[in-house]
Design a protein around this ligand. Structure first.
Ligand SMILES: NC(=O)c1ccc[n+]([C@@H]2O[C@H](COP(=O)([O-])OP(=O)(O)OC[C@H]3O[C@@H](n4cnc5c(N)ncnc54)[C@H](OP(=O)(O)O)[C@@H]3O)[C@@H](O)[C@H]2O)c1
Length: 278
């Protein structure tokens, strides 16, 4: 019988995770199937019990369940605990073990696409302070950043995330306006807000005048492939990276937790672009 894997969250219908994992299962001749389960926050307990009983080998967790799932797990990896969110669960011997591969996925994508950056210990600006920002900011602060500043609409949340990052790197909380005035300090600028995901709210929300010429602009959004923020940066001649590498590498690291090896990722990015994102 096939092993089963899945994704829980709401919404999940748009997710590329089934396409990605089922492609890898086929590629490596693994007899398994990955499918989405629409799970609202109020039904999380029952959904997790049902999955456990079904003998699922592992599952991914997405919005709005990444934090709410923590108390339902038997063990949570230290990095996921610090981030306060889990996106990957391994089911083993009736135990649920939680990990967070989002930040590590972003870092791996960055290393693959811009290998020169990680050795440079770049100064980094994170725009946003939500769940994805926490995962990316803490991972980068721990791994490569000398400075990881946080700009957020709700300033209190920028303060909280910046305080957490300052254990590993220099970090200050900023308003959007303050960030805009000191953009020339950063080698990497990462938009982690959903601005740009909705075509009605796709506008450049920060003015890029005066930025140094080698600054890399990245966005966690991959659909549209270029948000207005990335389009603006690209038109000005800056290098850019969208959220697709993060999606693929967080998936590859989840796959590794379940199967013990990291699957091929370069071709996966091309496959998803050609089949789903054109
Ligand atoms: N590529 C990938 O694999 C991947 C993985 C995970 C997430 N993502 C993407 O990352 C994005 C964020 O996800 P999340 O889970 O971190 O969401 P979240 O926890 O809801 O956080 C959203 C953040 O964006 C800010 N924000 C939202 N709307 C805004 C607006 N109109 N103006 C200014 N700031 C605004 C919020 O600021 P306040 O604090 O002021 O509310 C908050 O900091 C989503 O687009 C998601 O699709 C991509």
């Amino acid at each position: 019988m096939n092993d089963t894997y899945g994704l829980i969250g709401a919404p999940v219908a748009h997710s590329l995770s089934p396409a990605m994992h089922n492609y890898w299962f086929k590629q490596y001749d693994i007899s398994a199937h990955y499918q989405t389960h629409l799970v609202e926050l109020e039904n999380l307990d029952q959904a997790v019990s049902r999955l456990k009983k079904s003998g699922v080998k592992g599952f991914n967790v997405t919005y709005p369940l990444k934090t709410a799932i923590l108390p339902l797990l038997d063990t949570v990896d230290e990095a996921a605990k610090e981030i306060g969110a889990v996106n990957t669960v391994v089911c083993s011997d009736d135990r649920l073990i939680g990990y967070n591969t989002d930040g590590a996925g972003f870092l791996e994508g960055l290393k693959q696409h811009f290998p020169e950056l990680s050795g440079q210990h770049p100064s980094i600006l994170i725009i946003g302070a939500g769940g994805a920002a926490r995962s990316v900011a803490l991972t980068l602060a721990r791994a490569i950043g000398t400075r990881v500043d946080i700009a957020n609409r709700t300033f209190d949340k920028a303060v909280k995330l910046s305080t957490a990052c300052s254990v590993y790197a220099q970090s200050v909380p900023l308003t959007f306006k303050q960030a805009e005035l000191q953009l020339d300090r950063y080698k990497v600028v990462i938009n982690t807000t959903p601005i740009g995901f909705d075509i009605h709210e796709n506008h450049p929300f920060i003015c890029l005048d005066g930025v140094r010429s080698d600054t890399l602009f990245t966005d966690l959004i991959y659909q549209p492939r270029r948000t207005a923020f990335l389009q603006d940066a690209e038109h000005r001649g800056y290098p850019v990276m969208n959220g697709l590498p993060m999606l693929v590498y967080q998936g590859a690291l989840a796959f590794e937790k379940w199967n013990g090896f990291v699957p091929e990722t370069k071709k996966m990015e091309e496959h998803l672009i050609h089949k789903y994102l054109n």
